[in-house]
Design a protein around this ligand. Structure first.
Ligand SMILES: C[S@@+](CC[C@H](N)C(=O)[O-])C[C@H]1O[C@@H](n2cnc3c(N)ncnc32)[C@H](O)[C@@H]1O
Length: 409
C-alpha cells in the first residue's frame, strides 16, 4: 500500500530505478520502493528533502533504491543445457579454430554461482595447460562480495540442476566452498549492462546473460544486447535466458534449437560482407591546378574514377581492425567515417562504444547525443543501412540508455 506516500516521490523513485537498471516499470517491486522511502521518512526527513535528493543524479538514496529492487536468485548449473552445449559444441569448435585460451563472462552474475559453474565447465574441457578465465559482473556490490567469498548453502545447490563438473567441496555439514582451482580463474567486478564493458576485460568465447534481461524494458534490453554482442570474440557464443528475446540479436546467428537461446558471432570470413572487394583508398584532393592544355587532347579511353568507400564498407574495415585488436586503427577509420558521413548512425554508435570501452567517456557523450538527435528524426521503424539493417528505434534506444546511465553516475 502506498498510503501516506507523496505520489511525486514514488514516481521519481521508480524513474530513478528504471533509468539506472533498465527495468520495465512493472518489474520494479512497488513494495521495495515504498520500504526504502518509508525508512527515509522514518529517519525524520521530510518528503521535499527526499525528493530533492532523488533529483541529484547518482545519490546514495538512488543506489539504496536500486539495491532494494534487484533480484539475485541463482544457483549452480542453472539451465544445464547451456553448459552441455558449451561442452559438446562450443569448446570443440573453439579448439578447431585454434583457440589459445577459453574466456567466459557471466553478465548479471548475482552471488557468483553461474560464473563458478562456467569456470568449472571450461576447466573440465580445456586441454591441459590451456588458460581459462571467467569474469562475473553485476550491479549489486553486496552480491559481488558474496561471490568473492565463494561459500554457499543448500539453496545454491538445487536438485533440478545437476552438478555437471566439479565446482565446490564440502566445508562443513551444510556449506560448500568453491574449489581453489575454480576460484583461481574466476574474478568479479561491478558493471552495469546498460554500458559497454570496458575494453580492459577483453573479448569472450562464452557469455551467459540469463534471467537478467527479462526485467528490462525493450529499449534497455536492446541496448544491453549490443554491449553483450560486442564483447563476444569472433565465433563466440552468447546464451540468454528462456523467453528473453524472440529473434537473434543484431549481428549474431542462432545456434541449436530455438529454446536454447544461444547465439553465435560469425567469424570474419563468414560475414555477408566478407565477399565484397576491399574498397580502394579515397583519392587525395588535388592541391595544384592542372596544367593548361595548349593543343587538343589526344582522346584516351575514359577510366571511371574510383568510388569512395561506402560508409558500411568503412565500418566493416573498422570492425575487422577491432577484431585484430587494432583499436587505434579502428578508431582512425571510424573518425574518418563519422566526419565524412555524419548521418551514418551505425558509425556514430560504433565510435562512441569504442571510446567508452577505452575509458574516454567525455569523447563518447557528444557522439551518443548526435546519435540520439539523428535517430530521433527518423520514423522509429525506418531501416538504417549498415553491416546489418536495423530500425532507427534501435539506435535511439542505445543512445538513450547510454545517456541516462551516464547522467546517473
Ligand atoms: C535473477 S539474477 C540472475 C543470476 C544468474 N545470471 C542466473 O541466471 O542464475 C539477476 C541479476 O542481474 C543483476 N542485474 C539487474 N540489472 C542489472 C544491470 N542493469 N546491470 C548489471 N546487472 C544487473 C541483478 O543485480 C541480479 O544479480
Amino acid at each position: 500500500m502506498s498510503a501516506g506516500l507523496d505520489p511525486r516521490l514514488l514516481a521519481r523513485a521508480r524513474e530513478v530505478v528504471a533509468d539506472t537498471t533498465g527495468f520495465r516499470d512493472d518489474a520494479i517491486a512497488q513494495e521495495a520502493v515504498e520500504r526504502v522511502l518509508r525508512a527515509e521518512l522514518a529517519r525524520g526527513r521530510v518528503p521535499t528533502e527526499v525528493l530533492s535528493e532523488l533529483q541529484q543524479l547518482g545519490s546514495p538514496l538512488a543506489y539504496t533504491l536500486v539495491r532494494a529492487v534487484l533480484v539475485g536468485e541463482t544457483y549452480f548449473f542453472r539451465q544445464p543445457e547451456h553448459f552441455r552445449y558449451i561442452t559438446q559444441e562450443g569448446i570443440p569448435a573453439a579448439l578447431r579454430h585454434g583457440a589459445m585460451h577459453l574466456r567466459g563472462w557471466s553478465a548479471g552474475c548475482a552471488t557468483g554461482e553461474e560464473a563458478y559453474s562456467l569456470a568449472a565447465c571450461l576447466l573440465a574441457c580445456a586441454p591441459a595447460g590451456m588458460p581459462v578465465e571467467v569474469v562475473g559482473t553485476d550491479l549489486h556490490e553486496a552480491s559481488l562480495e558474496a561471490a568473492r567469498r565463494g561459500t554457499y548453502g543448500a539453496w545454491s545447490r538445487r536438485e533440478s540442476a545437476p552438478a555437471l563438473h566439479p565446482v565446490y567441496e564440502l566445508l562443513n555439514g551444510r556449506q560448500v566452498s568453491i574449489l581453489p582451482e575454480v576460484r583461481k580463474v574466476t574474478r568479479f567486478a561491478p558493471a552495469n549492462l546498460l554500458a559497454p564493458l570496458p575494453e580492459r576485460f577483453g573479448q569472450f568465447d562464452f557469455i551467459l546473460c540469463r534471467n537478467v534481461l527479462t526485467y528490462f524494458s525493450p529499449s534497455a534490453r536492446d541496448a544491453a544486447i549490443v554491449h553483450l554482442a560486442r564483447a563476444l570474440a569472433p565465433g563466440g557464443l552468447l546464451f540468454l535466458g528462456t523467453v528473453e528475446v524472440d529473434r537473434a540479436p543484431p549481428g549474431l546467428t542462432r545456434e541449436g534449437a530455438p529454446e536454447l537461446q544461444a547465439f553465435r558471432k560469425p567469424r570474419p570470413e563468414e560475414r555477408p560482407f566478407a565477399q565484397l572487394p576491399v574498397a580502394p583508398p579515397v583519392p587525395a584532393p588535388r592541391m595544384t591546378p592542372a596544367p593548361r592544355r595548349l593543343s587538343a587532347p589526344t582522346p584516351v579511353s575514359p577510366t571511371p574514377p574510383s568510388p569512395p568507400p561506402s560508409p558500411a564498407r568503412m565500418h566493416l574495415q573498422a570492425l575487422e581492425r577491432i577484431e585484430e585488436g587494432n583499436v587505434a586503427g579502428a578508431t582512425a577509420v571510424l573518425e574518418l567515417l563519422v566526419k565524412q558521413a555524419p548521418d551514418y548512425l551505425p558509425g556514430l554508435l560504433e565510435l562512441a562504444l569504442l571510446r567508452e570501452r577505452a575509458g574516454a567517456r567525455d569523447a563518447a557523450f557528444p557522439l551518443m547525443r548526435a546519435l540520439r538527435t539523428r535517430a530521433g528524426q527518423l520514423p522509429p521503424d525506418a531501416l538504417v543501412d549498415g553491416p546489418e539493417a536495423l530500425p532507427a528505434r534501435f539506435y535511439l534506444a542505445s543512445a538513450d540508455a547510454y545517456l541516462n546511465l551516464g547522467a546517473l553516475e
